[in-house]
Unconditional design. Structure first.
Length: 314
């Protein structure tokens, strides 16, 4: 197969591992800076150009699109889809998962466990909003934030009011969530490929920090999942429409609650913690999915269609 990887930096661990895994399995791989791709959008012959070159002949595309370039990155991915190149994750699924409010509403609609979440627009509603999520302490999240950036723990009612007012004054979109105290600064990252969890790790925040992101100094370790946690992760991935994703959840007294579904999860932490070749499992999934799609394509029939058959005499 000829595989394209949309990534801003070919030297990133996740990108390099995907290249290595694909080449080890005999595939041709090319890393493309998504911001250097440009498109000719036409009805019958859509094309993508890259540094003056017309890109053709790819069988599959792996999007490693950062949150800051979601709009342009998904536009490029849609163009590949128009050219009948099979995406690892579809553009619409990535856009769906990147919208934190929309994804939370979709998960809630399907009855998947979530922290109680509130969303409001008017400062006059702040007091009632805080009460609806159970009061302080509570978590305030910027809808556009990633890797723990823009996530604030407000430990008192007054602190929560002040932070929410400040964000609203800046016209920033935020949502407010209950604080799951029993998680004790840890969460679980489930790595979903296809219809199963292939690896999982526990992320623990550093002392004095409630965010467990590895980019924030958190540590990762191997963890054994319960059947309910595995089922919840797979269901969350299906709701988002993602074939490959990282599902972040907390262990609460009422069972697993989903924090986020990440459409471009990093491979470094999960491979180190689990000891599994996650990149290889992703490439294997691409191979199997491509074979399935190829085998189900409509083949020309050797028999004439009913409309073109000649009628017998009589």
């Amino acid at each position: 197969m000829k595989i394209a990887i949309l990534s801003r930096n070919a030297k990133l661990y996740s990108t390099a591992r995907l290249v290595e895994a694909a080449e080890n399995r005999g595939h041709q791989v090319r890393v493309l800076d998504v911001l250097r791709c440009y498109m000719n959008i036409t009805s019958h012959n859509p094309s993508i150009h890259y540094r003056g070159e017309d890109l053709t002949g790819f069988d599959a595309v792996i999007p490693r699109i950062g949150a800051s370039v979601t709009f342009y990155g998904t536009a490029v991915l849609r163009q590949f889809e128009m050219m009948n190149v099979m995406p690892l994750n579809e553009s619409v699924a990535i856009s769906r998962a990147r919208d934190k409010l929309r994804s939370t509403q979709l998960l809630a609609r399907k009855g998947i466990g979530l922290p109680v979440t509130g969303f409001a627009n008017n400062p006059d509603d702040i007091t009632d909003l805080i009460e609806q999520v159970g009061g302080a302490p509570l978590v305030i999240k910027l809808l556009e934030g990633t890797q723990g950036i823009g996530v604030v723990l407000a430990e008192t009612h007054n602190a929560a009011e002040s932070v929410i007012q400040a964000f609203m004054g800046l016209k920033a979109n935020i949502m407010v969530q209950e604080f799951i105290k029993e998680a004790e600064g840890s969460d679980i990252r489930c790595f979903v490929v296809g219809d199963k969890v292939v690896a999982a790790m526990k992320r623990q925040s550093r002392p004095g920090e409630f965010r467990s992101n590895l980019h924030r100094g958190g540590t990762a370790s191997l963890i054994r999942l319960t059947p309910e946690e595995r089922s919840t992760a797979v269901r969350a991935a299906k709701v988002m429409g993602l074939n490959v994703c990282g599902v972040d959840m907390l262990r609460s007294t009422r069972g697993p609650v989903i924090m986020e579904v990440n459409s471009s999860p990093g491979l470094k932490g999960i491979e180190a913690a689990s000891g599994k070749d996650v990149a290889g499992l992703i490439v294997e999934f691409i191979e199997n999915r491509f074979k399935t799609l190829e085998s189900t394509k409509e083949k020309p029939s050797s028999q004439p269609s009913p409309r073109t058959r000649t009628r017998g005499k009589g």
